[in-house]
Design a protein around this ligand. Structure first.
Ligand SMILES: Cc1cc2nc3c(=O)[nH]c(=O)nc-3n(C[C@H](O)[C@H](O)[C@H](O)COP(=O)(O)O)c2cc1C
Length: 203
């Protein structure tokens, strides 16, 4: 297989999306990719974080996760973004990172990569699809190749979201089905990138 670099770039306040991101990293690794698991910077004021003990705990627990930088995007053939739903949209922390990418975009360095996204929300109808689709707007601008999971694996008929892996955080941490869906999504994205790269090489 072609050598593929996969960046899993996520934001998580209380660990749900982080768990999905770790599973996605496992899936990408299993598919043979070189993987970077990266969190985006926390931008919330300390008072907001202190008001939710689970938030502060998660921040401490993931202190060793490297923060995402533009070099991670430049390096990657595959980028999976993970974010909790925020009023039906991606978290501002992830958007703030995305808003630092103009220089890469201007140089055409974000095109022709495979992009895919995953999310979590408190409730089942709390905006999982709208959050993933909102990230899709950016992928279009970047000239990305959007690879959603669709119903391409039996796990998708259990997890039920063809747009991207999603978990209802109000029901607890991601279960085996959600974690397997994240692994499958990443695996599929890596395989698609490898096929694209091989096709280009042979064209
Ligand atoms: C400002 C804010 C907005 C939110 N908006 C939504 C929402 O639109 N729909 C929803 O179901 N949950 C919403 N939530 C809940 C989060 O999506 C949920 O806590 C998150 O998915 C948990 O992921 P995490 O553990 O990775 O932080 C919101 C939470 C906050 C703090």
């Amino acid at each position: 297989m072609e050598s593929i670099n996969a960046a899993i770039i996520y934001y998580s306040s209380t660990g749900t999306v982080h768990a999905l991101a770790r599973a996605a990293a496992e899936g990408a690794e299993k598919a043979g990719a070189h993987v970077r698991l990266r969190k985006v910077a926390e931008l919330a004021p300390p008072a907001a974080i202190d008001a939710n003990p689970a938030w502060g705990r998660h921040l401490q627990d993931t202190a060793d996760v490297v923060e995402a930088g533009l070099d991670d995007l430049d390096w990657a053939d595959v980028v999976l973004f993970g974010t909790p739903a925020r009023f039906g949209n991606p978290a501002s922390q992830l958007r703030a990172f995305i808003d630092t990418t103009s220089s890469l975009w201007q140089q055409g360095k974000l095109t022709d990569k495979v992009y895919s996204a995953f999310t979590a929300s408190s409730t089942a109808h709390g905006g999982q699809e709208s959050t993933i689709l909102a990230l899709g707007n950016t992928f279009y601008h970047w000239g990305g190749i959007i690879v959603p999971p669709g119903y391409t694996d039996p796990v998708q008929f259990k997890s039920g979201n063809p747009y991207g892996t999603s978990h209802v955080a109000g029901e607890g941490l991601p279960d085996d089905v959600a974690l397997e869906a994240a692994r499958h999504q990443a695996r599929r994205a890596v395989e698609a990138a490898a096929a694209f790269k091989a096709g280009r090489r042979n064209s």
